[in-house]
Design a protein around this ligand. Sequence first.
Ligand code: SF4
Length: 355
Amino acid sequence: MSDTFQQLADSVLAGNPATPDDALAVLRADDSELIPLVAAISRLRRAHFSNRVKVNYLVNLKSGLCPENCNYCSQALGSTAPVLKYSWLSEEEALEQAAAGIGGGAARVCLVASGRGPSNRDIDRVADVVAALKEQHPGVEICACLGLLSDGQAERLKEAGVDAYNHNINTAASHHDKIVQTHTYADRVDTVEKAKSAGLSPCSGLIAGLGETDEQLVEALFALKELNSDSIPVNFLMPFDGTPMAGTWELTPARCVKILAMARLVCPDTEIRIAGGREMHLRSLQPLALHVANSVFLGDYLTSEGQDAAADLEMIRDNGFVVEGSADDHQTERPQPAAPAIRRRGAGTDVLPNA
Ligand code: SF4
């Protein structure tokens, strides 16, 4: 089988796209083949991204209180997860949070707001933050993630200086209705298309561990390939107590590495980001995953705490990678992550952020 993975990598490197059967073979690799699998697929990562890791930083502009019913989400309608709930951060606070991430080495700041989608006033509010951020940090990329977009809003964000727009498809079209009923898969795709039409770089990814089959994970990856997503965040379900997915533990660290390897095989030259659930699900295999993925979030997630930002940077450096666009030379201890800890610092609080 090791030879098969090398042959697969050879074939993709030669310009032949992977097939759904190839993707399934990676997903279903025996755990004993994990290292040969990573060795083969890492050649695709190295060919397109060398030893660089892109570091992204999340700022949750508006947390909780969402009217949508995505059953994996701690901010959804009906969720009783005790996450932070607040309305829009002030511009000053948003800039302060973003600066912390940029100072930690982030090349991209992701400005996120809970909700079905932004009003035009919300777009203006975000545009003001973007203008100020671009003035203070001209080199930083800005991604907005504000939900479903109405006509003209993507263009307005583009004019304001936003570089990318994130809207995840989350799961396969064939599984979508099982995880949310207040909007459709087609609604999600429509927003990604609106972002693309406006000239924003499309960022769209998925969440693994939602009860989907192997075939549906492959379906989702090929849908993202079809959408021409420039970056693909791969989330691993964090089953918050108080949400319908509480107690859903379908993933193992090896399974997560295989999912990332499959994503790299299907989309060899696309930014593959290890997103939410990285610490919880990959655990000690986080460094191994960097050999197939090329992007991470620094520090905390939207409603849960990540490992210390300094530990992220240390892991990158320890494993022979470099942070894209910056000389990273941070030293710190690395605490042991446990169950999802509710974020009590950074955006929306008076406590210093984790960056
Ligand atoms: S994923 Fe987004 S739209 Fe769905 S409930 Fe959470 S914040 Fe709302």
